[in-house]
Write a protein that binds this ligand. Structure first.
Ligand SMILES: NC(=O)c1ccc[n+]([C@@H]2O[C@H](COP(=O)([O-])OP(=O)(O)OC[C@H]3O[C@@H](n4cnc5c(N)ncnc54)[C@H](O)[C@@H]3O)[C@@H](O)[C@H]2O)c1
Ligand SMILES: O=c1ccn([C@@H]2O[C@H](COP(=O)(O)OP(=O)(O)O[C@H]3OC[C@@H](O)[C@H](O)[C@H]3O)[C@@H](O)[C@H]2O)c(=O)[nH]1
Length: 347
């Protein structure tokens, strides 16, 4: 074995060389330029992001998820793929791993689920984001946070621009999520200013599409599942509250552009098409079954009365705008829900 000189001039044995890597390392799958971590990658948006990132043969994708609202089923097509890895991990615990980019999505997103265990939700947002920022700092990775339009609370400015500071109840039942995301944004910018971490912050507006949990509790999945089961569509009162719905493929495209671009954000990613919940129910009825009943039910506290993104910034900086119209997106989602619910379409 070759000898080397130590700093004091003594001759020392050089350490044993590591064994050569497996020949597979030189197959096209292993020549990754980018190793990407997706926290929450077993969830609805995360699994679509995995699909898109895996299309690039230069990417290696690692998902860390605790399966609270996500499922291995969403990732089954990638199981065993040499460029893909799935780790059962809770982001409230530190993660030691070497990666180039982090898409930090881990957090329940449906109000039903985030309110189920609010303390866990805020821990996920605060401690989880701190842990992922610590990881980004240790390995020099760029990190993207999926923040939310909920940081604008019940907005008094309409449509919402990124400069609007919001109208959020700090002690309400939604606060674990919206205040949690606001702290997560603060942490991102403090790590950026104090430690020079490369950050990207996306403020995502209501997103829908295939693979949403059937009983997720969010309005689009609720209405579709109810319509296919022949049940009344439950519009929470008054029904005149508005949302703007973005199809998941558009959203994922926006996230990848944001990660690849040079702007830190925060940047709104959403579809400016705005609908009342009654209009959404009527659209679902028309598409699936015009005989369905619409039932007005009680709402939950602090439900935002209006929401619509101003996407001037994403158009200018990311050259991004959504392409899929609500009716087309609902039809694509209907196919997936029919398959999963086992409800055949009668022509
Ligand atoms: N879908 C939307 O309309 C929307 C809008 C705004 C923001 N977002 C954000 O996008 C992200 C993804 O949302 P989604 O709609 O895919 O929701 P989702 O519930 O389908 O996915 C969230 C994923 O995070 C995982 N997770 C939750 N807590 C975790 C923890 N402590 N450790 C590890 N994994 C954990 C879940 O198991 C799940 O796989 C969330 O951060 C959400 O706040 C979503
Ligand atoms: O069955 C239902 C469910 C919900 N709704 C209404 O539909 C609207 C949207 O509710 P959702 O539960 O889908 O989602 P919200 O807009 O309240 O929150 C969402 O906002 C953006 C993201 O961060 C999250 O995915 C989620 O918190 C609300 O006004 C709600 O009252 C119904 O009318 N009927």
């Amino acid at each position: 074995m070759a000898a080397a000189n130590s700093s004091n001039g003594d001759s020392v044995k050089s350490p044993k060389r590591p064994p050569p890597p497996s020949p597979l390392r030189f197959s096209k799958f292993y020549q990754s330029n980018m190793r990407i971590l997706i926290t929450g990658g077993a969830g609805f948006i995360g699994s679509h992001l995995v699909d898109r990132l895996m299309e690039n043969e230069k990417n290696e994708v690692i998902v860390a998820d605790n399966y609270f609202t996500g499922s291995k089923d969403n990732l089954k097509k990638w199981m065993g793929h040499p460029r893909f890895e799935l780790i059962r991990h809770d982001v409230t615990e530190p993660l030691i791993i070497e990666v180039d980019q982090i898409y930090h999505l881990a957090c329940p997103a449906s109000p039903v689920f985030y309110k189920y265990n609010p303390v866990k939700t805020i821990k996920t947002n605060v401690i989880g984001t701190l842990n992922m920022l610590g990881l980004a700092k240790r390995v020099g990775a760029r990190i993207l946070l999926t923040s939310t339009s909920e940081v604008y609370g019940d907005p008094l400015e309409h449509p919402q621009t990124e400069t609007y500071w919001g109208n959020v109840n700090p002690i309400g039942v939604r606060s674990c999520y919206d205040e949690g995301k606001r702290v997560a944004e603060t942490l991102m910018f403090d790590y950026h200013r104090q430690h020079g971490i490369e950050i990207r912050v996306a403020r995502i507006f209501n997103t829908y599409g295939p693979r949403m949990n059937i009983d997720d509790g969010r309005v689009v999945s609720n209405f579709l599942a109810q319509a296919l089961r022949g049940e009344p569509l439950t519009v929470q009162s008054p029904g005149t509250q508005t949302r703007s719905f973005c199809y998941v493929s558009d959203l994922v495209d926006g996230l990848i552009r944001l990660m690849g671009g040079s702007d830190t954000g925060p940047i709104n990613i959403g579809n400016p098409g705005e609908f009342t919940m009654l209009e959404l129910a009527e659209t679902v009825k028309e598409l699936i079954n015009p005989d369905l009943e619409i039932k007005i039910v009680d709402n939950t506290p602090d439900d935002p009365r209006q929401r619509k993104p101003d996407i001037t910034k994403s158009k200018e900086l990311l050259h991004w705008e959504p392409k899929v119209k609500l009716r087309d997106g609902l039809t694509l989602m209907e196919e997936d829900f029919r398959l999963r619910l086992g409800v055949v379409k009668n022509n």
